[in-house]
Design a protein around this ligand. Structure first.
Ligand SMILES: Nc1ncnc2c1ncn2[C@@H]1O[C@H](COP(=O)(O)OP(=O)(O)OP(=O)(O)O)[C@@H](O)[C@H]1O
Length: 249
């Protein structure tokens, strides 16, 4: 039922977030359709993580409207339906891969009888087959971040919020992970993925560009190139950020 959701998967109206006494998201209105991979881009400090935290419902000092699959962000009804992967790997280093995933499967409310199949599915999705019994603390950095992704996937969420999931991964792993994101979206899930790597932007269905906590562009990769006349996503991004900086002066 959930994966056939036809309304906006993520929606904010007049979202304002204060952090450390400063306004770091300033009156943000956005609407993200379901079943797509949405890239969240912007300079360091532009508010990407803050926006993600507000959408997941873990950010304090939030004003305005934030809904996920039509429900207010952070409500109990959304807990199983939204997976969040933070920048730092958030799994237990003294447990094995399978122990971590079983734990997150139970946290997401899966009965023990379904947990093993869910764990096996998540391990396969992130390509960690053969590492199930390895203690997470002994995994490589890239493997560890894939365990975090598997922990978010194990409860079969409808929305995945991924904060820079490809940082520190080699090009082969990055390519494979993007292929996984495309598969997850094809199954009807919505993925919001922040990134600093501009060639990854071209693999998204839509792009949201943030600057100083405000939306500079809500576009597609093709439109981004067409409207800026830039030869590639990186230069197009710089054109838009420079334009927004000049307009702000
Ligand atoms: N705990 C905090 N207390 C005070 N200010 C904070 C806190 N966390 C973040 N900020 C500020 O909020 C702003 C937005 O930060 P945020 O982490 O959302 O940016 P970002 O776009 O995700 O950056 P990056 O790409 O570097 O991860 C920044 O100016 C940051 O300094």
């Amino acid at each position: 039922m959930e994966k056939n959701w036809t309304g906006p998967a993520l929606r904010t109206r007049g979202l304002v977030v204060e952090r450390g006494g400063r306004t770091v998201v300033d009156g943000l209105d956005l609407e993200v359709p379901a079943g797509q991979v949405i890239g969240l881009l912007g300079p360091s400090g532009s508010g990407k993580t803050t926006l993600m935290r507000a959408l997941v419902g873990v950010q304090d000092h939030v004003a305005g409207e934030v809904t996920v699959l039509g429900e207010p962000a952070g409500t109990a009804a959304l807990r199983r339906r939204v997976g969040y992967v933070t920048q730092a790997a958030s799994v237990y280093t003294d447990l094995t891969v399978a122990q971590n995933l079983r734990y997150f499967a139970r946290l997401s409310g899966l009965p023990p009888s379904d947990a093993e199949a869910a764990v096996a599915g998540a391990v396969a999705t992130v390509d960690l087959g053969g590492h199930e019994r390895q203690v997470v603390g002994t995994l490589s950095g890239g493997e560890r971040s894939r365990v975090s992704l598997a922990a978010a996937l194990v409860g079969d969420p409808d929305v995945l919020v991924l904060d820079e999931p490809t940082v520190g991964l080699d090009p082969v792993l990055r390519r494979d992970l993007w292929a996984t994101f495309r598969t997850l979206a094809a199954e009807g899930r919505t993925l919001l993925v922040s990134s600093h790597v501009m060639d990854e932007a071209t693999q998204c269905d839509r792009l949201l560009l943030l600057r100083d906590g405000a939306l500079v562009a809500d576009t597609t990769p093709d439109e981004l190139l067409a409207t800026t006349g830039a030869p590639d996503a990186e230069r197009a991004f710089l054109v838009l950020i420079d334009r927004a900086t000049q307009e702000a002066r």
